[in-house]
Each structure stands twice: as C-alpha cells, then as structure tokens.
Design a protein around this ligand. Structure first.
Ligand code: GRF
Length: 203
C-alpha cells in the first residue's frame, strides 16, 4: 500500500506525535512523516522529529499570540504543500487556523482535542471538564474548519472521571487515550476506512 504523507504541526511537548511515530515505525500505520512544523523554535516536538530524522520547520511567531499573521500562515501553508503533505495533523498546535491553511488543507486536516467535543472546546479542556464535575470526559479527533474545535467529529474515546481525580491525574489518563486514538484514526484514514472530506490522493 502507498504510504500516506503526513505533516504535523505542534507547539509543545509532542507526545501525540511520538505515539503516532511509534505506530508508524512499528508498521501499524501505512504512512510516513514528510515534515513537522512549529510556531515555537524551542518546542520539544521539533527535537522529537529531528531525533527521527524527519524534516522540521519553524515559522516566525508574529505579533499575535493566538493566531499567525496572514503572510506567515501563507508561508507555512506553502511549505507544507511543497513537502507533499497529504494529511495535516494538528497535535498540540496552539494557534487558530485561518484561510491560508484551510484553503489548502481543509478536508484533509485533523486535530486532537482533550475532551468529548462538542463539550469543552478551547484551552485546558480537561480542567474545564474536571471543574464542571462531569462523570466522564475523553478525547476527540475531528476535522479542522474555521470554528475552533468545531469541525465534524471523526472518533472519540471516553475517559471516566474517577473519585479522587485531580485535573492533572485526569489529564494524564486522557493523554493515554489520545495516544491510542490518534494513531488509530490516521491508520484508518490511510487505509480508506474513514471517509475523507477531501482526499488529496483522489484528484
Ligand atoms: C493534547 O492534549 C491535545 O489534545 C491538545 O494539545 C495537547 C498536545 O499534547 N490539542 P502533546 O504536545 O501531543 O503532548
């Protein structure tokens, strides 16, 4: 089977990238990483990519905290296209995605989020769930559109909130679930077992 070309964007630790990279290395996911990018030059995800000899790129921070300036995102999107990315994965990417990325990768861009969307979109979703006193939360992989954490849900894993949980212990269990969910979704997208909104391999 032809391997799906993956691009990853992340701003932080990269534990989801690491879990996915392990699944790819073990031959469980018919994919290859063509680029890992970040808006943070010192993000651990870049180090993890370099350790695996995957090309990396860093885009300038720009003047906003929550989004990239139009020209910067334009440059980032162009580089992703040049790298041959077929599926763009947001794995802890802390910027709101705008037109430059959406126009090229809309329908072929997914995000992993630490709650059962549509519940608790936005930042520190595990803490929002814990504070709300819900009995269960979880994680979601969804298509990315112009609404933050608002694209259609692809798949979720439920995680119970246990008696005595702190926001942090709950977060730890959600992250474990994320590390299963993301590789499974990418595997199924690669194999065509999940329908794409727009599969770039089918011109
Ligand atoms: C994950 O919890 C993901 O759901 C959220 O950001 C976090 C990234 O963690 N979008 P990591 O960088 O993959 O460790």
């Amino acid at each position: 089977m032809k391997r799906l070309k993956l691009g990853v964007l992340g701003s932080g630790r990269g534990s989801n990238f690491v879990a996915l990279a392990a699944a790819v290395a073990e031959g469980k996911v018919a994919a290859e990483f063509v680029v890992v990018g970040s808006d943070q030059a010192d993000a651990k995800i870049l180090e993890e990519a370099k350790n695996r000899e995957i090309p990396t790129l860093v885009c300038p921070n720009g003047k906003y905290r929550t989004k990239l300036e139009e020209e910067i995102e334009e440059g980032l999107a162009e580089q992703m296209v040049k790298s041959g990315v077929e599926l763009l994965i947001l794995a802890g990417y802390m910027r709101v995605v705008k037109r430059p990325l959406l126009s090229r990768f809309g329908g072929a861009m997914i995000n992993i989020h630490p709650s059962l969307l549509p519940a608790f979109p936005g930042l520190r979703a595990w803490e929002q769930a814990w504070k709300a006193g819900v009995k269960e939360t979880g994680c979601t992989v969804h298509w990315v559109n112009e609404v933050v954490d608002g694209g259609s849900v692809i798949r979720q894993i439920r995680v119970p909130v246990e008696v005595g949980d702190s926001a942090e212990t709950l977060h730890g269990r959600i992250q474990k679930a994320e590390h299963c969910l993301l590789p499974e979704v990418v595997r199924d997208l690669a194999e065509g077992r999940i329908p794409w909104l727009k599969d770039p391999r089918k011109k």
